[in-house]
Design a protein around this ligand. Sequence first.
Ligand SMILES: C[S@@+](CC[C@H](N)C(=O)[O-])C[C@H]1O[C@@H](n2cnc3c(N)ncnc32)[C@H](O)[C@@H]1O
Length: 382
Amino acid sequence: MVPRFLYCVCQVGAEAALRREIGGIDPTLRSAFARPGLVTFKLEDGADVDVATAAIGARSVLARACGGSLGPASSAIEVTDLLRQATAAGARLRLQVWERDRWRPGEEPPGFVYGVEAAAARRSLVEAWPAGLGLADGELALAGELVADVIIVGPGEPWLVGLRRQRQGQLPYGGGRIPIAECPQAPSRAYYKLVEALVYADVPLRAGDVAVELGSAPGGASFALLRRGLEVHGVDPGAMDPLVLDYAGVGGNRFTHHASTMGNVSRDDLPEALHWIVADVNLAPQIALQTVRRLGARPRAALLGVLLTLKIDNWKAMRHLPGWLRQIEAMGMAEVRATQLSRNRMEVFACGFTPVGLARRAGSSPPSPRRRRTRRSSRARG
Ligand SMILES: C[S@@+](CC[C@H](N)C(=O)[O-])C[C@H]1O[C@@H](n2cnc3c(N)ncnc32)[C@H](O)[C@@H]1O
């Protein structure tokens, strides 16, 4: 049995926007079963499920994860029966069990964490796994592997069983939810947003780099950068958490507060060598981007990349995203990407890397300008 449906997971409330986005990527897909944060689509007869999921994986900003959908299952036997019918004899599967989003990010009931229910379901599935169906050890998927997704849809509902091929460069976690260790002292939840962004984009930060953060108060993201050894300049008229203000890194890195609006900060107020521009300012993206462009313009030699949380008022604002990405590209970025991270609220994470930033990520020297190629994809790794 080849999957005739696809599943996509997104933020709760983004389902209609996701359908619009997917309609633009593959107009042949027909919307089918859906729940908050989970939308399925019927494939046209003859359409290739791997081609359709690869296109969504490469271009969708709102779909955090997608794959073939085999249908509902209420027990371990039903799950493995569906998988057996869908795979060749001798196939070895990577099992990933995860919950769809049930609340908007940050609105989860106190103490709730995703993954607890999934871990229990995974244990029961592994215990009941039949001898004739191959099962890889562990949950992290390797490129090329067949991944069996068991999606916990919600209380009293059957699971949804998915099957997909792990793509090269795709993050190895189930459901596009990047696991991040709890950091109880983090001054704000923006700490988790930034750490998630660093993993998503494989950002090659190094101790000793200099970053400016626009909209830095109270300091979650700055704290994450300081902990990685960066020298951080925060721009925000709001108060910074003392943990950030008093931070003294083992390598001597510190935080400098520019207690002013970003429009009042000039390039001369910042160090000459500026490696990263981070922004999480609650202003319209076109305004935030003006300052990012101004501060990133000159001197630019050291700039490695920009890491930007773009606030959107409503889902219709997503139509401006291609224009915002073009503006980021015009700042000298050789790779630009955007996604809605699992911890983003009404916002999208967009990042750009200069050729020097890309070379550092690849562990090589920067390409010569003549050989430079611009790659702009919305989502290459999620
Ligand atoms: C989402 S909060 C930032 C959270 C912060 N990044 C953290 O890690 O805790 C948005 C911030 O943007 C700041 N802000 C709004 N307008 C600004 C402006 N014109 N210049 C600088 N900061 C601004 C607000 O004061 C607020 O602290």
